[in-house]
Design a protein around this ligand. Structure first.
Ligand SMILES: NC(=O)C1=CN([C@@H]2O[C@H](COP(=O)(O)OP(=O)(O)OC[C@H]3O[C@@H](n4cnc5c(N)ncnc54)[C@H](O)[C@@H]3O)[C@@H](O)[C@H]2O)[C@@H](O)CC1
Ligand SMILES: [K+]
Length: 222
């Protein structure tokens, strides 16, 4: 049986890994990005012109690291940042600063998504629970309409990671690279179609021997 977790359970595991184990969250972010690059470079995707679409929460931070690592490998990559940079999470603000210091200047709009050979979707991850704002929903629709291969980071943006519900609009991905455990919202029929091929990657998140018991004990402590 595949052990899948809800967004809230994944957040507990993330927190435990960072606060109790002591793994720095920026290290997790770096490994997250490396694991997405493994899938991008597996031969299935044309990396001649890559677009990373990043929000300003931690899923976006993963995307910014992907842009930096690809640029350092000599890949032709654009980074589209959506949202108000002043509202970036601390890790994502740090990643933006590092990316700029490596010479990456983010774009804030794209006229034609069809120019790209592959798009990496790092707009929203497991933290999304409310409907996506209309402006971002329009961009999601334009990306889907462009019919370019999309690789989603953790979950297709716009999908509720726990229930699989589409929160207004959601990306249609060819592959989804998710971390530590599959998320419950990825595994139903319709959602599997949205997520495409699902890859579950180890990024250093604590994996207890008995997941159910561990989650119950953590939830009691909360
Ligand atoms: N916490 C950790 O230790 C790690 C998190 N990682 C990444 O972080 C993701 C989770 O990040 P976050 O919880 O920061 O959030 P997300 O990047 O999933 O984005 C959702 C966030 O967007 C904002 N939001 C929600 N609804 C919105 C709306 N309607 N309009 C505008 N903004 C809205 C909220 O701030 C919400 O927290 C994971 O999916 C994963 O990709 C990875 O970097 C690995 C380590
Ligand atoms: K995403």
């Amino acid at each position: 049986m595949v052990e899948a977790v809800t967004a809230q359970e994944m957040q507990l595991l993330d927190r435990y890994t960072v606060d109790q184990i002591g793994m720095p969250s920026l290290v997790l972010m770096e490994r997250t990005a490396q694991s997405v690059i493994e899938v991008l470079a597996s031969g299935k995707y044309d990396l001649s012109k890559v677009l990373i679409i990043a929000g300003l929460s931690n899923n976006g931070g993963d995307g910014i690291v992907i842009a930096r690592l690809l640029r350092q490998k000599g890949v032709n990559v654009d980074l589209l940042i959506l949202g108000d940079e002043k509202r970036a999470t601390p890790n994502t603000a740090t990643q933006l600063k590092i990316a700029r210091n490596y010479g990456i200047e983010p774009l804030h709009r794209i006229h034609d998504f069809k120019h790209y050979s592959v798009i990496v979707d790092a707009l929203f991850g497991i933290g999304l629970s409310k409907p996506v704002p209309v402006k971002l929903g329009d961009i999601i629709k334009r990306v889907n309409a462009a019919n370019i291969p999309v690789v989603s980071v953790d979950v297709p943006s716009g999908l509720n990671a726990t229930t699989g519900e589409i929160l207004g609009s959601a990306i249609r991905a060819n592959s989804t690279v998710t971390f530590a455990y599959p998320k419950t919202g990825l595994l139903k029929n319709e959602e599997i179609k949205r997520a495409g091929d699902i890859y579950v990657k180890d990024i250093g998140i604590f994996r207890p021997e008995n997941l159910e018991e561990f989650l119950a004990s953590q939830q009691e402590e909360e």
